[in-house]
Design a protein around this ligand. Structure first.
Ligand code: CUA
Length: 336
């Protein structure tokens, strides 16, 4: 009973509503790699089973002479049989390994073919410990920067240009494509295509310092018209502060330490990419690269004590009087 319970628990442990695994693929890159996984899995499972079965057979069907402690009798016929078995084993191994190398090569060719004809370029700069995301456009007026949340249109081939200014990071979107290292001083790229609308988890998969574990990226694939609407909103500058409190909050933001690192387009900040762009902060689902949900309470806690949530983060502690703090929060909450 205990064994059954443990087995059931282990099997159910793999269940999840939104598993971040290659096998739940949402694009052709991950689909091809998933296919390769199954080829390897089936072939190696068959080989493993056959080898163990033969070993079991050899152990149970011991030679009558060896039971008497005598060496096996070698005749020309048994010699030939042994030779044939060894030759078959070597030939099968070579055949299987060549087949697997061939399958890997074929998948590689398919993946390279998928990387052509991209229709959009997005620049992603990995930082300790968040993602700066810049939507490039032929018209500079249409370019904008956001953070930690990557939006794409379903079915569109997107080229991600990957950069780093500090240490080595690595981008991994398990349901979409394989990992790609991001190395300072070198631009790598990754082409993705997402075929199902949905929200997918991404991670930094190269140890990059204290908060490596909290360097999450959210990928949101939207139907094309929804994506265009999102683009249009993001291109806009931040909304004007509406009431007195929001106006006061904007002044707190601009005259305090916030504006030294963060940018809010349309508010009069300079351009700084040292910290996430906050122009449309409230359009995002989480703060601090996925470390907390984007609610007023979490945002307030993050401003006052960022190190309580992400020790070692570059954001300093910000203490204001209660009125200024509430006004600042009201202003940030208005950045939709
Ligand atoms: Cu960036 Cu780990």
């Amino acid at each position: 009973m205990r064994l059954v319970a443990i087995t059931v628990l282990l099997v159910l442990g793999g269940c999840s509503r939104n598993p971040s695994v290659l096998l739940d693929h949402a694009g052709p890159h991950a689909a091809w790699t998933g296919w390769l996984f199954w080829v390897f899995f089936v072939v190696t499972a068959v080989v493993w089973t056959v080898v163990l079965a033969m070993l079991g057979l050899a152990l149970t069907r011991g030679h009558s002479r060896s039971r008497l402690g005598l060496p096996p009798e070698m005749t020309p016929a048994s010699d030939r049989r042994l030779g044939a078995w060894v030759a078959t084993g070597v030939a099968l191994s070579v055949l299987i390994l060549t087949g697997l190398v061939g399958a890997s090569y074929a998948v590689d060719r398919e993946l390279i073919g998928l990387d052509r004809n991209t229709s959009r370029s997005i620049e992603i700069t990995a930082r300790q410990w968040w993602w700066e995301i810049r939507y490039l456009d032929g018209d500079p007026n249409n370019q904008f920067t956001t953070a930690n949340e990557l939006h794409v249109a379903v079915g569109e081939r997107v080229k991600l240009s990957l950069k780093s200014n500090d240490v080595i990071h690595s981008l991994w979107l398990p349901n979409i494509a394989g990992k790609r290292d991001i190395i300072p001083g070198q631009e790598n790229s990754l082409v993705i295509r997402v075929d199902r609308a949905g929200t997918w988890n991404g991670r930094c998969s190269e140890f990059c310092g204290y908060q490596h574990a909290f360097m999450g990226l959210t990928l949101i694939a939207q139907p094309p018209d929804e994506f265009q609407a999102w683009l249009a909103t993001q291109r806009q500058p931040a909304p004007e502060p509406a009431g007195e409190e929001e106006k006061r909050g904007m002044q707190v933001f601009l005259t305090g330490p916030c504006a030294m690192c963060h940018n809010i387009r349309g508010s009069g900040t300079g351009y700084s990419s040292y910290a996430p762009d906050l122009t449309h902060l409230k359009s995002r689902s989480s703060i601090a690269a996925g470390a907390a949900p984007n609610t007023k309470g979490h945002l307030g806690g993050w401003i006052i004590d960022p190190h309580g949530l992400k020790p070692g983060v570059h954001m300093p502690v910000n203490l204001q009087n209660a009125g200024d703090f509430q006004a600042l929060l009201a202003y940030l909450e208005s950045l939709r």
